[in-house]
Design a protein around this ligand. Structure first.
Ligand code: NOJ
Length: 737
């Protein structure tokens, strides 16, 4: 260890201010192009992002051979659900979809497989996982999160980090994880991406810090700051958050990278700085080590140092953090990762993706229509809807379809299985006929003014201007065609949802209803008197209230990756007993948000006058083809361990996610009605009972006081265990601690 330090200190002592400033820079190759990138490599840029293949190798070589100190440069990429910017890579379900698994082992395997594929391309760093909470699903980046809950996000985030980083960062298949975005980014006012976050530091500690604390404890090597601001102070300039909280208090010892061009944002968007000099100085002083994409930082910080406006020691410290991580990667000996030849898109990784897709399907409603048992009752199935056969929608954000990767053609690459294909595969083997119709587009803008209830009425009521007439009539013809095909079938499977230009950065939504004519499609199909299953293939909880009312079954699939369609088909035909559970609540209507389960008590009457109190589907919910009973709940105060008996009361083997919640009954500051404090997946044969033990940690009982200290206040606690966050699904004991 001492030797390593000497090496780095020695290196820093030889560096000029210019070399230090360059080391702190991350250059976006997809924006500046290779000519510019080469120049930056010669100056000794510390990192590049969004570059693959030979171009990456060339930049790596320049840094090692054509710079004075020959410090290797590091490459980063957003491999957030697989190495998805490489067209041949394995595409896993989105982070939100994988969170439906509540399966830490699986998430670790996904991390490991992704790391191996990324490393095989030479890259050392992924900007993942997102540990922000999606408590307002209007936020465009809901799909990138593990959902709305801090405990679940922290546990799955830890698993992902372990998967990426492995045992030792110098291993051929280990890459750097990046916990992002520090902090409370998902709380932007009105779910407007990158907007101010009007919350206090107490709230940050109480609600949003926990997954990041776990990331530090798991040894996560890098952190990314958030675009937004906290109580008016941009996170890029937030010394209290970066130095105070992250480094000094949590003990983070890796390096911090800003988010994209946030140093510029201090001037142009957030308007807290006049010029690049001030912005660069603030960013360095606040505790950012690496500056993503603001190339003006280089000249600006050099001038600031030379003018005596910032101490050079700030740069030394930042460079030391970066070089220490590079050394842990063993980059002087192995400047590019090796990975495992042949592992990109290999069979073993596809199998993990298939298992993950299976774990991510959540059955939300079933009046008995599912599973489809065979050709005796169902001879013909209509598969309808814009997302039934659209692999781009199934993949969602952060794939090569949605992001600029030079030289990559945007055609779907096999293998993958859409819902239509998955249904066909199984149906044909059972002698069931399948017909398909597109139904309508996902996100054509509204063509009408006014309400509508069914096609004929609707056609009379709406006022369509000339510009919209043609596309509107086209949409109507799709709906009509779908209805005429579906009416002769025994089952309708309608796949609605969103698509990638309704998800991700810049794509927040004010209205979470299925867009375009998707609800009209469901309305029309529901008049045919054919049993109907609605499948939502979407980046987030959409408003499924009407779809659920009109359907016999509802399945949430989010963005299931390459095998998302196969997994849903397996659920429909009962080959798979559904085991996914919601990591996020579904609102009844958009105005009901935020509707996360762990709210504070105390709202007059607890509801709006025009909307029910409860969400349509709550956190933790998910049906299966069997039923589980809970009994004999106990809590051991000494060991803080919950034990409960879980019995499979049905006729099929299944996997239950046993959930434990805690409520601090009376506390000196308000606390949530309940908080998830532990969970465990258990496999149970039909009729089998298992005793499940779950140990809780101190955080389950702690509160953050107004002076920001965290304490456990003595008193009564309700310990609840059961199938979901809903009171009716939980049994409880009250204990005094
Ligand atoms: C901006 C996003 O906010 C961040 O999550 C991502 O890692 C960077 N761009 C790099 O692409």
């Amino acid at each position: 260890m001492a030797k390593k330090k000497d090496f780095i200190d020695e290196l820093i002592s030889q560096m000029t201010v210019e070399e230090k400033a360059a080391q702190m820079l991350q250059v976006p190759v997809s924006v500046v192009g290779m000519d510019e990138a080469r120049k930056w490599a010669r100056k000794g840029a510390g990192s590049f992002l969004n570059v693959l293949g030979e171009e990456m190798e060339e930049l790596s070589r320049i840094s090692r051979e054509e710079t004075r100190l020959k410090i290797p440069t590091i490459f980063g990429i957003d491999a957030v659900h697989g190495h998805c910017l490489n067209k041949d890579a394995t595409i896993f379900p989105s982070q939100l979809a994988m969170a439906c698994s509540w399966n830490k082992d699986l998430v670790e395997q996904i991390g490991k497989a992704t790391a191996t594929e990324v490393a095989t391309e030479g890259i050392q760093w992924t900007f993942s996982p997102i540990l922000c909470l999606a408590r307002d699903p209007r936020w465009g980046r809901t799909n990138e999160t593990f959902g709305e809950d801090k405990y679940l996000s922290g546990e799955l985030g830890t698993a992902m980090i372990k998967g990426y980083q492995g045992e030792d960062l110098s291993d051929d298949t280990a890459i750097l994880a990046c916990a992002k975005h520090f902090i409370a980014y998902g709380e932007a006012t009105g779910a407007r991406d990158s907007y101010d976050t009007e919350i206090t530091m107490r709230k940050v500690r109480d609600e949003f810090l926990s997954p990041f604390r776990k990331a530090v404890d798991a040894g996560c090597a890098t952190f990314m700051t958030a675009y937004g601001s906290l109580d008016g102070v941009p996170l890029t300039a937030n010394e209290k958050a970066l130095r105070g909280l992250l480094r000094d208090e949590l003990g983070f010892d890796g390096f911090v990278v800003t988010d994209w061009d946030t140093v510029n944002a201090l001037i142009r968007r957030q308007k807290v700085c006049e010029d690049h000099g001030e912005a660069s100085r603030l960013a360095a002083q606040a505790g950012n080590d690496m500056i993503m994409a603001t190339l003006e930082f280089y000249d600006a910080i050099i001038k600031q140092v030379k003018a005596g406006k910032i101490k050079e020691s700030y740069l030394d410290e930042a460079v030391k953090h970066i070089l220490t991580v590079k050394l842990r990667l063993n980059m002087w000996k192995k400047p590019l990762k090796k990975g495992v030849p042949g592992s990109i898109g290999c069979k073993a990784h596809h199998n993990i993706s298939l298992e993950a897709a299976r774990d991510s399907v959540v059955l939300l409603k079933n009046n008995g229509v599912l599973p489809v048992r065979g050709a005796t009752k169902v001879k013909k199935i209509a598969v309808i809807g814009p997302n039934a056969d659209d692999i781009r929608a199934q993949y969602g954000d952060w794939t090569y379809f949605t992001h600029p990767v030079p030289g990559i053609e945007k055609e779907p690459v096999r293998p993958y299985v859409t819902l239509l294909e998955g249904i066909k595969d199984i149906a044909e083997s059972k002698g069931i006929e399948v017909c398909y119709s597109y139904g309508c587009s996902v996100n054509r803008k509204d063509y009408f003014k006014g309400n509508f209830a069914g096609i004929p009425e609707f056609m009379e009521q709406c006022y369509i201007d000339n510009d919209h007439k043609a596309p509107f009539y086209k949409e109507m013809s799709y709906v009509n065609e779908a209805a005429s095909i579906a009416k002769s079938c025994d089952l309708i499977v309608v796949a609605i949802g969103d698509n990638y230009n309704q998800a991700g950065e810049y794509n927040d939504r004010a209205d979470l209803k299925p867009s375009g004519m998707q609800e009209a499609l469901i309305r029309v199909l529901s008049t045919l008197n054919v049993p109907m299953v609605t499948v939502s293939i979407a980046s987030k909880p959409l408003i499924l209230t009407e779809a659920a009312e009109k359907s016999d079954a509802v399945i949430c699939a989010f963005n299931g990756g390459m095998y998302g369609g196969q997994a849903v088909a397996e659920v429909i035909f009962g080959k798979l007993n559904p085991r996914g559970r919601l990591p996020i609540s579904f609102p009844v209507m958009t105005g009901q948000v935020p509707v996360y389960y762990n709210q504070f008590p105390g709202w007059h009457e607890g509801r709006y006058v025009d909307c029910p109190e409860q969400p349509l589907y709550a956190f933790g919910e998910g049906l299966s083809y069997t039923r589980y009973d809970y009994s004999d709940l106990k809590f051991n105060k000494k060991t803080k361990t919950v034990t409960v008996n879980v019995t499979n009361k049905g006729k099929r083997k299944g996997i239950e996610v046993v959930q434990v919640y805690v409520n601090d009954v009376v506390s000196s500051v308000m606390t949530a009605v309940k908080n998830l404090a532990g969970f465990e997946r258990v496999e149970l044969d039909a009729g089998q009972t298992k005793k499940v033990s779950i140990k809780l940690d101190d955080e389950a009982f702690s509160v953050v006081l107004p002076d920001e200290t965290t304490v456990i206040e003595p008193g009564k606690f309700e310990i609840m265990a059961g199938h979901s966050s809903k009171d009716k699904d939980l049994i409880k004991v009250t204990v005094t601690l």
